[in-house]
Design a protein around this ligand. Structure first.
Ligand code: COA
Length: 338
């Protein structure tokens, strides 16, 4: 048995930053950003944190599903940009919503994260370990983006999306997941701890001394997102269609059998490139990147929430979701609305 999505919720900050607003801090233009990425604006945190956005999205999903928080057996939060390392963001959400019976953990697979969270809880449901799962993609990317780097800062936004997945005889599940660590340097953000001074005990001198820890030669400036945009673009447009085709072959279906392809909202040109390679119309590829920018693992659940709320996903619809990003990582997952 697998799980069915019985409720969704999302949260984006009220604070909107347009492309024109960005021209005040970096040399760029509204037309350059829109032509290259499809992004017109993004929502950025003011008083929110990644953990509070995750909580709000979770509350909305729980309410939408019509369940009690006590029914949730597991909470998985996907994030690369939480304000929290300890406790994990999932435990924070648990405490805030009163999901006292859940076990909770965070995962990091960047923009593939929501797919990984979904696939993980499907395996738990299938093994009989859990019945009801809360999965969340939540990102405060504005805190890790370098706002002086016009090559990256124009792309990203903040937000969170969540879904409740509940065991159901009717649910169908299939997936293909991949990672290629050899391409890891194409999109990086080192942890600030690594370049922070720290005290260590040196036996030779029998004293405690200050040192700077360095790993792989990283500097403090590396604690912001750094990206080889073209490498990431090529990876996405080439590998994502392959992954989706592999999933369809595994299931013995073609793109004609699929009603909608819910893709990670990296940017509009990537979505168009993937559609072209799959030989599918953009009518089957919903997008909202113009409004939110790339919110990493929050993209797919925010889009799913919007599609459900707009009545665009109906019983019997066959969907392929695909997330891809840093690592590099990617996944294509089949979802049938039931
Ligand atoms: N405004 C104006 N000019 C900019 C700019 C900006 N915001 N950012 C870069 N440029 C300039 C560059 O400096 C360069 O100038 P030069 O020719 O004088 O050196 C020129 O535009 C072209 O830069 P380039 O990096 O080659 O642009 P591009 O066509 O590859 O577009 C991206 C850049 C980032 C939009 C594109 O590579 C992309 O979409 N990559 C995928 C990124 C992504 O989706 N990442 C997340 C994946 S999960």
């Amino acid at each position: 048995m697998f799980g069915k999505i019985i409720g969704t919720g999302s949260y984006v900050p009220e604070n909107i930053v347009t492309n024109n607003d960005l021209t005040k801090i970096v040399e760029t233009s509204d037309s350059w950003i829109e032509e290259r990425t499809g992004v017109k604006q993004r929502h950025l945190m003011k008083n929110e944190t990644t953990a509070t956005m995750a909580t709000e999205a979770a509350k909305r999903a729980v309410e939408n599903a019509g369940i009690k928080p006590e029914e949730i057996d597991v909470i998985v939060v996907s994030t690369v940009s939480s304000n929290l390392i300890l406790p994990n963001t999932a435990c924070f959400v648990q405490e805030q919503i009163g999901a006292i019976n859940a076990f909770c953990f965070d995962i990091n697979t960047a923009c593939t994260g929501f797919m990984m969270a979904y696939n993980t809880v499907q395996s738990y449901i299938n093994s009989g370990l859990v019945k009801t799962a809360l999965i969340i993609g939540a990102e405060g990317l504005s805190r890790i983006v370098d706002w002086s780097d016009r090559g990256t800062c124009i792309l990203f936004g903040d937000g969170a999306g969540a879904a409740i997945v509940k065991a159901s005889e009717a649910a169908v599940f299939e997936t293909v997941m991949k990672s290629d660590g050899r391409k890891g340097s194409a999109l990086t953000c080192y942890n600030g701890f690594a370049t922070r001074p720290r005290k260590i005990f040196t036996e030779e001198k029998q004293e405690i001394s200050d040192i700077y820890e360095k790993t792989n030669g990283q500097e403090s400036s590396d604690t912001f997102v750094k990206m080889d945009g073209q490498e990431i673009f090529r990876f996405a447009v080439k590998e994502v269609p392959k992954c989706i085709n592999e999933l369809m072959e595994k299931m013995n279906i073609t793109s004609d059998d699929v009603d909608m392809f819910v893709l990670h909202q990296a940017n509009l040109r990537i979505c168009q490139g993937i559609a072209k390679r799959l030989k599918i119309s953009m009518d089957k590829v919903p997008t909202n990147v113009s409004e939110y920018g790339n919110t990493s693992s929050a993209c797919i659940p925010i889009l799913l929430d919007e599609l459900f709320k707009a009545g665009k996903l109906k019983k019997g619809d066959k969907i392929i979701m695909s997330g891809f990003g840093a690592g590099v990582t990617l996944a294509a997952t089949y979802l049938e609305i039931c």
